[in-house]
Design a protein around this ligand. Structure first.
Ligand code: APR
Length: 401
């Protein structure tokens, strides 16, 4: 079967769905093709910290109704180290910009609903297997759906590769056209999702001699935790009892404060940072995790993906609206400064909180640097203002959609 559209969007994650909703409302024909089923994408628990700029963008497009109704607004976070604790009131320090805590899968659910309710074309269980003609005027995507459906060829003007780090879009660019920058961090994170209410109203970042621990908010009954672990560690090394005792010890909490609940998810994250430049080739535009991945430190991943989608939407509207035929040429250059700024902040946070590997000859020296940074964060108004500005994310783009 062969279909035609203006913009073919590969992937129904935050990036693809935000782009699809904005284009559709602007009357620009688009089709989303997603490898997984609807139930899969709407159940996949990922990020949960939504920056002020992202909330404002979603609100402007009528996509934030449930987020604003059910999400929780947050304006301070807590640091703990050596028996000490202090909070950073980042909303006050960053010009009243705050976060919303709202699980990514809830936002994906809302975005799917909004797009389909408005008549959007979204094909689930349609993995894209090839992207042809990216250097021509009418690229063609080839999808091989699950058995029982016909292969689909989707012809378009432009392709938005919103298919995440392991997608096909970035791979479709001929060798030598993209330059990749990547860093593997020298520790892992055990990511835990537990059916237990949060032990604090704040996100907590704890530096401990055993390693970092993070207490991240999700819903009133579910909490996300992170525990620093060695590179190559596996979830099998972390029975529930070990997880809870490590959390109590590193967060400085008692079992009464942090009640152990059912652990519904535990996996060791590949702590890697990655950026590809440029984020476009011919008629293909790489958006979100397809172009860059970042560690969860600072909660930037989903916000960067949505910011890329906003940037591409603005430029597609300018292109089709006749305002600027070359608008799309500047997509990558417009995104990259924001992406590298987030990478730099995430790297700073990682190295603020993570115990250096014991084998590191300079681990004692690095630990003293950490203590000094935390003390400056606690005591210096300018240092904590800089943290707050980066943590809550830059204000929106100049010309807003
Ligand atoms: N064909 C169609 N769809 C695909 C293909 C393919 N070949 N490969 C991947 N996909 C789909 C995935 O199933 C997924 O639903 O693309 C989507 C990519 O979504 P994300 O990985 O969520 O990427 P993005 O939208 O950029 O959002 C980034 O999600 O992964 C988290 O932590 C990350 O918070 C960040 C955010």
């Amino acid at each position: 079967m062969r279909l035609g559209t203006r913009v073919a969007i590969v992937g129904a994650g935050p990036a693809g769905l935000v782009l699809a909703n904005v284009l559709q409302r602007a009357g620009i024909d688009c089709v989303v093709v997603e490898r997984q089923t609807r139930s899969y994408v709407e159940a996949r628990a990922r990020a949960g910290l939504i920056e002020h700029r992202t909330v404002e963008f979603l609100r402007r497009h009528g996509l934030a109704e449930r987020l604003l109704a059910e999400g929780a607004e947050h304006g301070s976070c807590e640091f703990r180290f050596q028996g000490e604790r202090f909070s950073i009131p980042y909303r006050d320090l960053a010009g009243d910009r705050s976060h919303y805590v709202y699980p990514q899968q809830f936002l994906v659910r809302d975005l799917v609903e909004s797009y389909l309710d408005a008549g959007g074309k979204l094909l689930f269980s349609h993995p894209v297997v090839a992207l042809d003609g990216l250097d021509g005027d009418r690229p063609v995507l080839r999808c091989e759906p699950a058995e029982g459906s016909q292969p689909l060829e989707l012809e378009c003007d432009f392709v938005a590769g919103c298919d995440g780090f392991h997608g096909v879009s970035r791979q479709a660019v001929p060798d030598g056209r993209l330059r990749a920058f990547s860093k593997h961090h020298e520790f892992g994170w055990l990511a835990v999702l537990a059916e237990t209410p949060p032990a604090s109203e704040q996100i907590i970042y704890a530096l401990h001699e055993d390693g970092f621990a993070g207490h991240m908010l999700r819903t009133p009954s579910v909490t996300r935790f992170y525990l620093q672990c060695p590179v190559g560690d596996v979830p099998e090394n972390w029975p529930d009892e070990r997880i809870w005792s490590a959390l109590w010890r590193r967060l400085g909490m008692t079992p009464e404060e942090l009640k152990p609940g059912e652990i519904t998810e535990k996996n060791v994250l590949d702590m890697r940072s990655f950026v590809v430049e440029p984020m476009q080739h011919g008629r293909l535009f790489l958006v979100g995790d397809a172009a860059h991945i970042i560690t969860p430190a600072g909660g930037k991943g989903m916000n960067l993906a949505i910011a890329d989608a906003e940037e591409l939407a603005v430029r597609l509207l300018a292109h089709y609206g006749g305002a600027d035929a070359d608008a799309l040429d500047g997509y990558s250059a417009a995104c990259l400064p924001r992406i590298w700024q987030a990478q730099e902040f995430s790297h700073w946070m990682l190295h603020l909180l993570h115990s250096p590997a014991a084998r590191q000859t300079d681990s004692d020296f690095m630990h003293r640097l950490q203590l000094s940074r935390l003390a400056q964060l606690r005591d210096s108004a300018t240092y904590s203002m800089m943290f707050s500005d980066s943590y809550v994310g830059a204000p929106g783009r100049s010309s807003e959609l």
